[in-house]
Design a protein around this ligand. Structure first.
Ligand SMILES: C[S@@+](CC[C@H](N)C(=O)[O-])C[C@H]1O[C@@H](n2cnc3c(N)ncnc32)[C@H](O)[C@@H]1O
Length: 270
């Protein structure tokens, strides 16, 4: 068992890991992330104190599911791709997608987070981990820049400052010849209401960067391909997975544009 102590934004990645493990324990999981479940079993931590509920676990896996699907499409089209997975936390996306060894994959997060990953997850061919603040841009030199590149950042952008987030996107677009970027975004209202998010509150994390319309990032050199909002990220076919109370909240959010647009999952090309 690995004993861990994380605070603020680094603690949130234990909550999302636990959410994927809870989903895996249901009879009909969305992601079926056995590696997440195994990782939780190996980490000596009181996961119960993170505020993760079955409904929040659904929010976690329903966010991950389209991101996995879009990433899989990119890797299918570009089996020689470079993947840059930013703010990876303890996410086992590389194991879920299981790309061929011709794909070069980089998981990037703070050094303490990467140190824990290295104790928990096995090595694999073509797979690398970089311990760095994503906005200390020296890490970019470690990533080859001669192939189609997929950037994935799930649950990261809102923790960056707007200035840091803009510079990160600009530097990624400048460095890599072509590719796609898959991000999730909170609106400015979502950032203002951050204390209503139990995961953020219990971790003591602070959200900074809000983006109301995913098109805003086109000014940084991206072209929006697709975006899901609160309504489309919770398709009717998955509504039976959440409690009646959460279903009602989602139905209300679907009718009120500011709530419906409080979060986006966006796919861009560059
Ligand atoms: C909500 S967690 C999401 C983790 C993972 N993507 C997931 O979905 O489980 C946020 C992650 O972003 C990382 N993070 C936040 N700001 C960062 C920064 N400036 N540099 C590197 N990692 C950062 C945190 O350490 C944490 O692992």
């Amino acid at each position: 068992m690995e004993k861990v102590h994380f605070t603020e934004e680094k603690a949130t990645m234990l909550a999302t890991l636990y959410g994927r493990a809870l989903d895996n324990r249901t009879t009909d999981p969305v992601l079926g992330d056995q590696a997440a479940d195994d990782a939780v079993a190996r980490i000596d931590y009181d996961f119960g104190k993170l505020g993760m509920s079955p409904d929040l676990a659904m929010a976690v896996v329903l966010r991950a599911k389209p991101m996995d699907a879009w990433a899989a499409e990119f890797l299918h089209a570009h089996p020689d791709a470079v993947v840059v997975h930013l703010g990876c936390g303890m996410d086992s996306r590389v194991f879920r997608l299981d790309p061929p060894p011709t794909v070069t994959w980089f998981d990037v997060d703070y050094p303490e987070v990467i140190a824990l990953r290295q104790k928990i997850y096995p090595v694999r061919e073509g797979y690398h981990q970089i311990g760095s603040n994503v906005t200390d841009f020296g890490w970019l030199d470690e990533v080859p820049a001669d192939r189609p590149t997929l950037v994935v950042a799930e649950g990261l952008t809102m923790y960056l400052t707007e200035e840091g987030g803009h510079e990160l996107v600009r530097r990624l677009v400048d460095r890599f010849p072509s590719g796609e970027m898959i991000l999730d975004l909170y609106s400015r209202l979502g950032v203002r209401l951050q204390k209503l998010n139990p995961i953020v509150r219990k971790a003591g994390a602070t959200l900074h960067w809000g983006v109301d319309d995913p098109c805003e990032l086109e000014a940084l050199g991206l072209t929006l391909v697709r975006a899901l909002d609160v309504a489309t990220a919770y398709p009717d076919s998955d509504m039976h997975r959440v409690s009646a109370g959460t279903r009602l909240q989602i139905r209300i959010a679907r009718m009120i544009p500011a709530l419906r647009k409080m979060g986006h999952i966006a796919r861009y090309r560059f």
